[in-house]
Every structure is written in structure tokens, then in C-alpha cells.
Design a binder for this molecule. Structure first.
Ligand SMILES: [Zn+2]
Length: 141
């Protein structure tokens, strides 16, 4: 694990301190509160900076897509929601969800993945903690 820097120079010339706290961000017209976000805070000019953090962006975009107004940064890495672009029965949805949960360690953020459910290949894509099931390939060759 990379050691976290405790201080970073602020643009005002002073030093910003590393903290974990709540931040409010706007995604278009929606205000989203993110809790437990690591960030730097400058006591002198009150500027908040995120040290090149890209995970916050994906957490915010997922929260926006899900219509959430408050999310937790710590839980951002987990799959919190599986959405279906395809029309399948609730029973099949449950099977797909189980298959995705079982494969969660192999799923790479931002990349397509495949799970096999009932001899069919199910194609999905993961972005942050959101998984979207895109299509079912009826015949597995
Ligand atoms: Zn400052």
C-alpha cells in the first residue's frame, strides 16, 4: 500500500493538510454529498483539493446515474447496483446477479466482462460500483 502524503503545497503558497471528510459536488443540476472522501484542505485559503483523485469522479457519475444525493466514498469500490439493458425475467436477473457477484474480483472497472448463466454468455460492463448488463448471447460457441 502506498503511504498517503499528509501535506501538500497549496496554490496560495501555504500547505494543505490531508483530511477525510464530506464534500458536496454538483453534477449538472444535482448536488451530491460524498462522505469519507480523502482530500487536502488548506486552513489559510480554505481551498479543498483532491490530489488527482479519479475515483471521486466515477463515484459522482454513478451516484448521478442512480439518482442518489448522498454516497459514501469508502463503499464506492463495491458493486452497489446492477442494471439491466436487456429484458429478462426476475429469476434470470437473480441468476445473473449471483454470477456477477461471484466474479466481482475479476471484473475490471470500465471494461466489458462476460458471465455464463444457464449456458448463455451474458455481457456486461462495469463503471465504478455500477454494473450494466448489456446483452445475452444465446449460443455459446
Ligand atoms: Zn491555500
Amino acid at each position: 500500500m502506498v503511504e498517503m502524503r499528509k501535506r501538500t503545497p497549496c496554490i496560495c503558497g501555504k500547505e494543505a493538510e490531508h483530511r477525510i471528510g464530506t464534500t458536496e459536488q454538483f453534477v449538472f443540476e444535482s448536488k451530491i454529498v460524498v462522505n469519507n472522501v480523502p482530500h487536502f484542505f488548506c486552513d489559510f485559503c480554505k481551498r479543498v483539493s483532491f490530489d488527482g483523485d479519479t475515483r471521486l469522479v466515477s463515484i459522482l457519475s454513478n451516484a448521478y446515474k442512480q439518482g442518489l444525493t448522498e454516497v459514501d466514498y469508502e463503499k464506492g469500490g463495491e458493486i452497489s447496483m446492477i442494471t439491466f439493458k436487456i429484458d429478462v425475467s426476475d429469476e434470470v436477473k437473480k441468476e445473473i446477479e449471483r454470477a456477477v457477484e461471484g466474479k466481482v474480483d475479476e471484473i475490471v472497472d470500465g471494461e466489458e466482462f462476460t458471465v455464463i448463466v444457464d449456458e448463455k454468455a451474458v455481457l456486461g460492463i462495469s463503471t465504478g460500483d455500477l454494473v450494466e448488463i448489456e446483452r445475452v448471447i444465446e449460443k455459446v460457441l
